[in-house]
Design a protein around this ligand. Structure first.
Ligand code: PMP
Length: 305
C-alpha cells in the first residue's frame, strides 16, 4: 500500500513539508546502512493522541546510537518533545512514527567519524502490519534459510538500518515461498526473532521468548507483553528455543510495535491452529493498554496535549 502522506516531517530541528523532506544522493547512510531508527505507534485515546512508551523508544534509539558510535545531537527529552510537536503539527490521532538518526552528507568512504549525524522524525497513518486477517486468525511463518547476524559481525542489539537487509532477505524468501513471515535462527541454530518482531511460545501456562543473547532485539512490545503476562498470572521465561520448540508449542505469537501481538497459525507447514486463549488474552490486554484504557498501565501512554 502506498504511504499515506501527512503535512510535516521533522528534520534536524525544523518542521518541513512532507514533499521537501529530502536528502542528497551522497548521504553516507544510503551507501553504507549507517543509520539507527525506531518504530513507534500513537493511538487514539479518550485524552487525544497517546504515544506508547515514547520515552523508552527514544532511549533505545540513543542506545543504538551508542553501539554504532553516533554522537546524537538531541537528548531523549528533546526527541520526545520533537515527536509531540510533529504530531500536533500533523493533527494526527493515531499513526506510526519513524525517528531516524543517520550519517549525512559531507564525505564518502567508510570512515564515519567526520560525518554529521542527522535526525528526522516522520509519521503517517498505518493500519495493521501483518493484516487484519492475521491479527484475527494468525499468520503462516517459515524458518528462514537466512541466519540472524552474530553479535560479533553486526550487533543485533542496535536497531540499525544496515541490519534490515538481513530481515528483508528473509521476508522476501518467505513471501516468495507463500508464507507471511520469516523466523530467523541465530548462528548457533536457536530461534532469534521474526524479521521485525520478537517471538513467544506458550506451553501450558508458561510463556517463553528467546533471550537477547540469542540475537533478539530488546523489543518494547516484548517487554510490555512479559509484564502483561506476569500480571495475568502466567510464568514468563527467557530461554533458548529450537525450531522444533516452535513446531510443538501450544501457541505461538510475534510482538512488535508495527505487528502488535500477532498469532502464528503454522510454521513450516506444521499447524499451530487458531489463536489460543492466552495469545488472545494478551492481545486484547495490549490493545486496551495502548489506547489508554487500563489505568494501571497509564504511565506507558505519553499524551500529546
Ligand atoms: N525485532 C526486530 C528485528 C524489529 O525490527 C522489531 C521492531 N522494532 C522488534 C523485534 C520488536 O520491537 P518493538 O516491540 O520494540 O517494536
Amino acid at each position: 500500500m502506498p504511504l499515506q502522506t501527512v503535512s510535516k516531517i521533522w528534520m534536524d530541528g525544523e518542521l518541513v513539508d512532507w514533499a521537501d523532506a529530502k536528502v542528497h544522493v551522497l548521504t553516507h547512510a544510503l551507501h553504507y546502512g549507517s543509520g539507527v531508527f525506531e518504530g513507534i505507534r500513537a493511538y487514539e485515546t479518550d485524552r487525544g493522541a497517546g504515544v506508547f512508551r515514547l520515552t523508552d523508544h527514544m532511549k533505545r534509539l540513543h542506545a543504538s546510537a551508542r553501539i554504532v558510535m553516533f554522537d546524537m545531537p538531541y537528548t531523549v527529552e528533546q526527541l520526545v518533545e520533537a515527536t509531540k510537536e510533529t504530531l500536533r503539527a500533523n493533527d494526527l490521532k493515531s499513526c506510526y512514527i519513524r525517528p531516524l538518526a543517520y550519517l549525512g552528507y559531507g564525505e564518502m568512504g567508510l570512515n564515519p567519524l567526520p560525518l554529521p549525524v542527522n535526525v528526522t522524525i516522520a509519521m503517517w497513518p498505518w493500519g495493521t502490519y501483518l493484516g487484519d486477517e492475521g491479527v484475527k486468525h494468525g499468520i503462516t511463518a517459515k524458518i528462514s534459510s537466512w541466519v540472524r547476524p552474530d553479535h560479533n559481525s553486526m550487533p543485533p542489539q542496535a536497531k540499525s538500518t544496515g541490519i534490515y537487509l538481513n530481515s528483508s532477505l528473509a521476508k522476501v524468501e518467505a513471501l516468495k515461498a507463500g508464507y507471511e513471515e520469516a523466523i530467523l535462527l541465530n548462528p548457533q541454530g536457536f530461534v532469534s526473532e521474526g524479521t521485525g518482531e520478537n517471538i513467544f511460545v506458550v506451553n501450558e501456562d508458561v510463556l517463553t521468548t528467546p533471550p537477547t543473547s540469542a540475537g533478539a532485539l530488546q523489543g518494547i512490545t516484548r517487554d510490555t507483553v512479559m509484564t502483561i503476562a506476569r500480571n495475568l498470572g502466567y510464568e514468563v521465561r527467557e530461554a533458548n528455543l529450537s525450531r522444533a520448540d516452535l513446531y510443538s508449542a501450544d501457541e505461538v505469537f510475534v510482538t512488535g510495535t508495527a505487528a502488535e501481538v500477532t498469532p502464528i497459525r503454522s510454521i513450516d507447514d506444521r499447524p499451530i491452529g487458531e489463536p489460543g486463549n492466552i495469545t488472545k488474552e494478551i492481545q486484547e490486554t495490549y490493545a486496551n493498554i495502548v489506547r489508554g484504557k487500563l489505568e494501571k498501565y497509564d504511565d506507558w501512554v505519553e499524551y500529546v496535549s
